[in-house]
Design a protein around this ligand. Structure first.
Ligand code: C5P
Length: 479
């Protein structure tokens, strides 16, 4: 039975199934609509969780969309260098070798000493069709291939799993073994699939290294939220599924549908704004910037030249975008105007509607005997409205509507009032935890009506929105 059929008939939600098979809901949603193929191991867990109703064979003839990792031959003739470092997720890398080769890639493997504690050179060699490279000072292999040739003779380097340790070394340019020497010497695009304990992932040091690596040009896939194999702990740190890694590899190599929006320009706003009251206080809101940043990243992956105008957030700038950091609504407007003209405008920022009419120069003091105080507020410029109605209006203007009630009705009214083409509406009622959270359930309101999207993580909302943009702009289903 197909997975979609089983979910519809069993009464088990995609979310529940995701937790039973220890994957993300986004992965289940991709598998369900044929956009990805599971690894053999995930297929077996699904077979088990569905009591044998959905077997691994049931995924074989599901029709993937063009960038889906199930399509064959999409990495034809690509030379992939896979670095397997030492984490429990290394067992998935065996399947990754198979899937990359199935799509036509030639795979060379560098296995670190720690990686070899988790998978054997023999199994890696059998799957790759050639022995893995392991030692920087192995005279024979240095003579045959050598670390410089390994670094040069490839179109893409994938590090999966990328442990906290190898990422730290890479961020600092260390080269004390074959893997790190190759990583330092290569100028091929670099894809990292981090896998580590959630605390290690969240640590300041790892996050610093991630910022460094992405600003050096590395792309990341995952890590996903889920249970950790070794500890029974849950959180963000699970390596991305094999299908997701292959998908990302295809995109980096500009596979079919990889860059459907090349040559276009976009401006994206993201995050909250901070409106000063005095030198130490400001008016703000709970926006994390995750959704806007994810959209900027997805547009960049689709080939768009993106200017991201971001209010104060705690997340790193996405790779491949020009980021402009601002604080207040007025600064945001100025930066947006500078970034125009553009073909696409996405206004995801939670701009403060009001600002203090006269921010104080000095910290405002309490006065004895005065129990109340009034703050005079004036309205901020409405960036979306001004751009929609301005003479440099992008061809496609997308606004957001964060609502706590009558979500769709309000969004429809907002689309008209603001002159946007589309409104992405979401329910930010407190119980739903959208603001600051990782998932989002949205309604896409356009001239053609309303599309209700199932709950997805914010990266998936971004990917799907960019697919919709590409369809709209190019007139064809391409991403
Ligand atoms: O009016 P409301 O704040 O609900 O509208 C939300 C949409 O308008 C979002 O797309 C937001 O980025 C944009 N907006 C803006 N400038 C403002 C207020 C909202 O661009 N001052």
């Amino acid at each position: 039975m197909k997975l979609a059929e089983w979910i519809n008939s069993s009464g088990v939600s995609a979310r529940e199934l995701a937790s039973r098979v220890e994957t993300t809901e986004a992965t289940i949603s991709r598998l369900r609509n044929g956009r990805a193929q599971p690894s053999m191991e995930l297929a077996q867990r699904i077979a088990h969780a569905t009591g044998g109703a959905v077997t691994p064979n049931d995924f074989l003839d599901s029709a993937p969309e063009s960038t889906g990792a199930g399509s064959s031959g999409t990495l034809e003739a690509a030379r992939v260098l896979l670095v397997i470092s030492g984490g429990i997720a290394a067992y998935k890398s065996l399947d990754l070798i198979r899937r990359l080769r199935e799509r036509g890639a030639a795979v060379r493997v560098v296995l670190t000493r720690a990686g070899a504690q988790f998978v054997t050179p023999l199994s890696v060699g059998a799957l790759a069709g050639q022995a893995p490279h392991t030692d920087l000072f192995d005279a024979k292999s240095e003579f045959d291939v050598g670390h410089i040739r390994l670094a040069r003779e490839c179109d893409l380097v994938v590090v999966a799993p990328a442990t906290a340790d190898i990422m730290a070394k890479m961020a600092h340019g260390q080269a004390d073994d074959l893997a790190t020497a190759v990583l330092l010497a290569t100028d091929a695009p670099l894809l990292l699939a981090p896998a580590m304990n959630p605390h290690m992932w969240a640590s300041k040091a790892t996050q610093r290294n991630v910022v460094q690596l992405t600003s050096d040009g590395a792309a990341l896939v995952g890590p996903n939220r889920g249970e950790m194999a070794e500890s029974g702990e849950a959180g963000i740190g699970r390596m991305a599924e094999v299908a997701e890694i292959v998908d990302a590899a295809e995109r980096l190599l500009g596979g079919p549908g990889g860059k459907p929006l090349s040559g276009m320009r976009a401006v994206v706003t993201s995050g909250p704004t901070h409106e000063p009251i005095d030198p130490v206080r400001y008016i703000a809101n709970r926006s994390s910037g995750k959704q806007g940043h994810a959209i900027a990243a997805a547009l960049a992956k689709a080939g768009v030249d993106v200017t991201l105008v971001s209010g104060p957030v705690r997340i790193p700038d996405p790779q491949g975008v020009t980021a402009v950091h601002v604080e207040s609504a007025r600064e945001m407007l100025e930066a947006v105007e500078k970034a125009l003209p553009a073909d696409i405008g996405v206004f995801a920022a939670a701009v403060a509607d009001w600002r203090s009419a006269a921010p104080a120069d000095q910290k405002m003091k309490k006065e004895t005997g005065v129990d109340t105080m009034a703050l005079d507020l004036v309205q901020n410029p409405d960036i979306l409205k001004l751009v929609s109605r301005g003479h440099k209006r992008p061809k496609l203007v997308i606004g957001f509507a964060a609502e706590t009630q009558n979500v769709v009705e309000n969004a429809m009214a907002k689309r008209k009032a603001k002159g946007a083409d589309w409104i992405v509406a979401n329910d930010v009622g407190h119980a739903r935890g959208v603001m600051g959270g990782d998932v989002n359930a949205i309604h896409l309101v356009s001239q053609n009506g309303v599309e209700d999207w199932p709950e997805m993580d914010k990266d998936e909302v971004a990917d799907r929105l960019v697919r919709a943009i590409a369809e709209h702009v190019t007139g064809k289903v391409s991403v």
